[in-house]
Design a protein around this ligand. Structure first.
Ligand SMILES: Cc1cc2nc3c(=O)[nH]c(=O)nc-3n(C[C@H](O)[C@H](O)[C@H](O)COP(=O)(O)O)c2cc1C
Length: 375
């Protein structure tokens, strides 16, 4: 049996395999509430055999959302529609995770598949349109050629304390919804990443300046979430291991952060990159895997992500100790059954990941067509 399709236990949670669906914003919620789109979109990945499915960046406050179409968990009314999704994922054998997020200065941006803020006045109430002034460690606008970013307001200490509490409150609601895993979003140039990076944080109080002080907000959020997130449930965090920009946060900083996160009860670090500066690392096949390897060498479990599309590559990453789990985003949009198909590629005539409704039918088809090793 491949390592990719062997179970992995984190605290009391045993994943059926080591494939992960990375969080993917759908920009399809109204007032932060999940709907049928989220159920079907995420459900197909559970039917498709993935081990852990992480729900998109979910705002811990209304102004934490990247756009008005993001999911949220700032209100108890947002729990039940997510619980319905969790139940479905569980019924199909997958574990359910949720990424808790604050977009910081990259909040209140247009829906990417629209053409900027092109909502007509008549349409606005129908789509739940909202816009607001973002908050950030410093009043520095996100550097980008794409329009849609707003000059943020610098957070006061009261804002910082309230945001830490909002992460913890959202984690409590995630537990109520039945999630197995929470992932704190500290990557991609959003709020926590902004505190970490000297390119976005020019504070002169104890939340800025030295690396230790820039890490303070990330560690306070982690401690607050861990304090309310049940001890038997794993806690993940997603980081940008490097800004990929001169003078920015880099791999050595991430290794130091990983040590501190592990000491505070983080079970695995999901290793991504970039997002603070106008440009980051150049993408290519497996381009972020070396970052995962470096963070893992700090003695913490990692999830590798980023243009990993071939089953043999995913298996190689695990076999060579570059990560403990492998995550997929766009490849899974392209083939929601990627995990089932990869299981066949790596392990041959294994049909256990197919849902019971399809399993024997697909086997019969393969036998008739002499596929997947049938003579
Ligand atoms: C549609 C879409 C939405 C995304 N939304 C999120 C998100 O909510 N949170 C996050 O951390 N990353 C997000 N990402 C980044 C992915 O999780 C992933 O890291 C990235 O796409 C690289 O993996 P891939 O090459 O397998 O697609 C998103 C990516 C896509 C394609």
């Amino acid at each position: 049996m491949s390592l990719l399709f062997s179970p992995l236990t984190l605290r009391d949670l045993t994943l059926r395999n080591r494939t992960v669906i990375a969080p993917m914003c759908q920009y399809s919620a109204k007032h932060g509430v999940a709907n049928d789109w989220h159920l079907v979109n995420l459900g197909r990945f559970a039917i498709g055999g993935f081990g852990l499915i992480i729900v998109e960046a979910t705002g811990v406050t209304p102004e934490a959302r990247i756009s008005y179409g993001d999911l949220g968990l700032w209100d108890d009314a947002q729990i039940a529609p997510l619980a319905r999704i969790v139940d479905f994922l569980h019924n199909e054998g997958a574990a359910a995770g949720i990424q808790l997020a604050h977009a910081g200065r990259k909040a209140s941006t247009p829906i990417p598949f629209r053409h900027g803020f092109d909502e007509t006045e008549a349409e606005k109430p129908l789509v739940g349109f909202e816009s607001w002034t973002p908050i950030a460690p410093s009043a520095i606008i996100h550097p980008s050629n794409s329009p849609g970013y707003t000059m943020p307001r610098e957070m006061t200490k009261a804002d910082i304390a309230a945001t830490v509490r909002a992460f913890a409150d959202a984690a409590r609601r995630a537990d109520a919804a039945g999630f197995d895993v929470v992932e704190i979003h500290a990557a991609h140039g959003y709020l926590i990443n902004e505190f970490l990076s000297p390119l976005a944080n020019e504070r002169t109080d104890e939340y800025g300046g030295s690396r230790e002080d820039r890490m303070r907000f990330a560690l306070e959020v982690t401690e607050a979430v861990r304090a309310v997130w049940p001890q038997h449930k794993p806690l993940l965090i997603r980081i940008s291991a490097t800004d990929g920009a001169e003078g920015g946060w880099d791999v050595a900083d991430s290794v130091a952060l990983a040590h501190e996160l592990k000491a505070r009860g983080v079970d695995a670090v999901h290793v991504s990159s970039s997002g603070v500066a106008a440009f980051g690392l150049t993408a290519g096949p497996l381009f972020q895997v070396p970052l995962s390897k470096s963070v893992r060498e700090a003695g913490v479990k990692t999830i590798a992500v980023g243009l990993i599309t071939e089953p043999a590559d995913a298996e190689h990453i695990l076999q060579t100790g570059e990560a403990d789990l492998v995550a997929f985003a766009r490849g899974a949009l392209d083939d929601p059954n990627w995990a089932i198909h990869a299981h066949h590629v790596l392990d041959g005539q294994e049909y256990d990941l197919w849902p019971k409704q399809a399993r024997e039918r697909v086997r019969a088809k393969d036998r008739t067509l002499h596929q997947r090793g049938f003579a």
